[in-house]
Design a protein around this ligand. Structure first.
Ligand SMILES: NC(=O)c1ccc[n+]([C@@H]2O[C@H](COP(=O)([O-])OP(=O)(O)OC[C@H]3O[C@@H](n4cnc5c(N)ncnc54)[C@H](O)[C@@H]3O)[C@@H](O)[C@H]2O)c1
Length: 259
């Protein structure tokens, strides 16, 4: 294995590991030797990811819980430290799609849910991960924001607010933690074919190919991303040899930000 992508002995925590990016990243890191602490509130999906990691010969622990709950985030870090002795990598990936609609129709429960899961989940995750990594004087955190964290998101203002918050917290943490060798970055994917995009809000008529074509219309590559195209970048960013990248929000967007 190329040693740039060798995660042997690294302990990695991944939230939202039951599905989509989180599941694929768990398998990608397990294949490269990482020991995993996985979380999700979807118990069945999480158990399935754990099984797949074990089938690859990976070491894995898991915890079911709601990422919006600070106690769950603290318990996850404790679990990783208890089982593996340290926490080298944390990926704050769990997230939910918003109820789509114009900002003139924005309602409290939609905004509260977005901020609770997509922003507070990341904030409390980072709080406890940073404490553990700060004490070790080493660590890498990757937060999953979105292109919605970098620009306006028509019909998705609540998601846009939460994903912008993720980038603000990423930069703040990167500056606060730099002196103790903890690096914090964010990734900003464009639409990707995960179960989040293949959902009834974006796909009311069940014709996913048509919906995906519409989502990709303005994109220079003229298609939405495949899961592995985002996960490959996550793996590169998390490489134990990627030691000087800190505090940036990386678009992986088929050229959208070049427009
Ligand atoms: N798919 C895309 O187009 C896209 C684009 C940009 C950013 N993202 C972001 O990527 C991340 C992963 O999403 P995905 O596309 O893989 O979708 P997904 O729905 O497949 O995965 C999200 C996972 O998060 C879990 N989750 C949701 N709420 C939770 C909670 N309160 N507590 C614990 N777990 C919870 C879900 O159960 C699920 O397993 C999200 O943060 C999402 O906003 C996705």
């Amino acid at each position: 294995m190329d040693n740039l992508l060798d995660f042997t002995g690294q302990s990695a925590l991944i939230t939202g590991a039951a599905s989509g990016f989180g599941e694929a990243l768990a398998l990608a890191l397990a294949t490269r030797g990482a020991k995993l602490c996985l979380a999700d509130f979807n118990a069945e999906g999480l158990a399935d990811t754990v099984k797949q990691v074990e089938a690859l010969g990976g070491e894995v622990v898991s915890l079911v819980g709601d990422i919006a709950d600070e106690a769950h985030n603290e318990a996850l870090v404790l679990l990783a430290k208890e089982r593996f002795g340290r926490l080298d990598i944390a990926v704050n990936n769990a997230g939910v799609a918003p109820r789509l609609g114009p900002m003139t129709q924005l309602d409290g429960p939609t905004l509260d849910r977005q901020l609770a899961v997509n922003a507070k989940g990341v904030a409390f995750g980072m709080k406890h991960q940073m404490r553990a990594m700060g004490a070790q004087k080493n660590g890498a955190i990757l937060n999953v924001s979105s292109m919605a964290g970098l620009g306006g998101t028509p019909m998705g203002s609540s998601y846009c607010a939460a994903k912008h918050a993720v980038i603000g917290m990423t930069k703040t943490a990167a500056v606060e933690m730099g002196s103790v060798n903890v690096r914090v970055n964010a990734i900003c994917p464009f639409f990707t074919a995960t179960p989040m995009v293949d959902n009834p809000f974006l796909n009311p008529n069940g014709n996913i190919e048509e919906v995906n074509k519409n989502l990709a219309r303005g994109c220079p590559l003229k298609r939405i991303a495949k899961v592995e195209e985002i996960v490959n970048v996550m793996v590169m960013v998390l490489s134990p040899h990627n030691t000087y990248m800190n505090g940036i929000a990386i678009p992986v967007d088929g050229g959208m930000s070049a427009l």
